[in-house]
Ligand binder design. Structure first.
Ligand code: GDP
Ligand code: MN
Length: 418
């Protein structure tokens, strides 16, 4: 799921006709001061991170003057909220809140529902899970029939909201659903939706997550990698993502783990796991012999040979790695010959550039015998240190880790001698 910051969600809401407070994003305390000056009234300064509960963690603070705004922004910027560093704050006009509502849409993928669920509560501002059930109106929206304006009027009025406020709130809930659909969201929540003392209803917070598979329909969102990715993607990450984006058969999850400077220090291996758990095991095995991974790669879910080939090529392109390690620590039920074919092709192209390079391959599971044959035959004539293992060693991470270490040491010795 692609997640968004509060201010980005609010922008989407605003474009859909939902009123939002006036606000400015700031990257530094000075910018926060300028924002407060521009707004010219008391403000609220809010951490922009992919986490809720900012209020409770002290990541939402009020300021009456630009001076104060600068001061609280300095406190919030650089703070960690649920393990995420705050790099930006949203400086907004402070609202005089009379009542807090909750309005949200999520996808319920349960068998009986499999569709969007619209929710509204007159007791917002807190974790929606902690609101009593009878205070939340829930509606499974029939995507064929669609949502009608009277649906949200009924829904909001069933929770005791009356008069002018009813119309405003129902209209916002209706627009929220429309925005959810238009943006292919997995979830879109306003908590709190607030009523102010001058009888305005506005979205005081917003959390939005968009379905990864739909990101191609939203180039305007500027998401470079359609999956949860906590750092700014590197060129390596972007190349890896292009494999995934252009071919959804099986998954290839690949990320850079070390900078070129770090890899140049030595002790780094080009790493290729099969399946998440197996990949962890392999990394542990390396760490225990004081080797590190230059990258993380996991190809699983029966990927095509072409996908595995591209991943292997990318790993082999990392300058300064001292081995290529395929950590297939699992009896995968995917057809392993796709891995065998892809890896053989990539290594046949890359190994001639690296004489004596260590290659440790552990591959087992479905179609194992044939896959082993493909690996052995395909790599037999190459000038490299190649060791190929099968199910006999699938539980033997310590042994495999030891072999990687031994080959890396030999390779380094040979290279320093020449
Ligand atoms: P969250 O804790 O991460 O969900 O952050 P919110 O944006 O929801 O802010 C937390 C709480 O701060 C809200 O529930 C409000 O009670 C309060 N809050 C946020 N903005 C304002 C504001 O402009 N005025 C007032 N009085 N309270 C606010
Ligand atoms: Mn909130």
């Amino acid at each position: 799921m692609a997640k968004f910051f509060e201010y980005q969600g609010k922008e989407i809401c605003s474009k859909s006709g939902i009123p939002i407070p006036e606000g400015v994003v700031a990257n530094s305390p000075e910018e926060a001061r300028k924002a407060a000056e521009k707004l010219g009234r008391p403000v609220v300064v809010k951490a922009q991170v992919w986490a809720g509960g900012r209020g409770k963690s002290g990541a939402v603070k009020f300021a009456d003057t630009p001076d104060e705004a600068e001061k609280v922004a300095a406190e919030i910027l650089g703070m960690e909220v649920k393990g995420l560093e705050v790099k930006q704050v949203l400086v907004e006009e402070k609202l005089d809140i009379v009542q807090e509502f909750y309005a949200g849409v999520i996808i319920n993928s349960a068998q009986e529902v499999r569709g969007p669920v619209l929710m509204f509560s007159p007791e917002g501002g807190v974790d929606i899970e902690s609101v009593p059930e009878d205070k939340i109106a829930v509606m499974n929206v029939d995507v064929i029939k669609g949502l009608m304006p009277y649906d949200t009027l009924n829904m909001v009025s069933s929770m005791g909201v009356k008069g002018k406020v009813l119309r405003q709130v129902a209209d916002i809930v209706f627009k929220l659903f429309k925005a959810f659909q238009k943006m292919d969201c997995r979830s879109l929540e306003i908590n709190p939706l607030v009523l102010t003392s001058d009888n305005k209803v506005l979205a005081a917070d917003c959390r939005m997550a968009v379905d990864d598979q739909a990101l191609f329909r939203h180039p305007e969102l500027g998401i470079k990698i359609g999956r949860e990715f906590l750092k700014e993607p590197t060129e390596f990450d972007l190349i890896a993502w292009s494999f995934e984006e252009s071919d959804f058969r099986g998954t290839s999850y690949v990320a850079q783990m070390a900078t070129p400077e770090e890899v140049a220090q030595g002790g780094y291996v080009g790493y290729h796991g099969i399946g998440g758990g197996a990949a962890m095991l392999g990394m542990d095995a390396l760490n225990k012999v004081d080797l590190k991974v230059a990258d993380y790669a996991d190809t699983s879910g029966n990927p095509t040979a072409s996908k595995v080939y591209r991943v292997t090529k990318l790993i082999m392109s990392i300058p300064g790695i001292e081995a290529y390690f395929l950590a297939g620590f699992m009896m995968a039920n995917q057809e392993q010959w796709h891995h065998a074919h892809g890896i053989v092709k990539a290594l046949r192209e890359e190994l001639p550039k690296k004489p004596g390079f260590p290659v440790i391959l552990l591959l087992c599971g479905n179609k194992e015998e044939k896959s082993q044959e493909i690996l052995k035959e395909g790599l037999a004539d190459l000038d490299a240190r190649i060791e190929i293992y099968d199910r006999e060693h699938v539980y033997d991470a310590k042994f495999i880790g030891g072999r990687v270490k031994a080959l890396v040491d030999e390779y380094k010795k040979e290279r320093s001698a020449s």
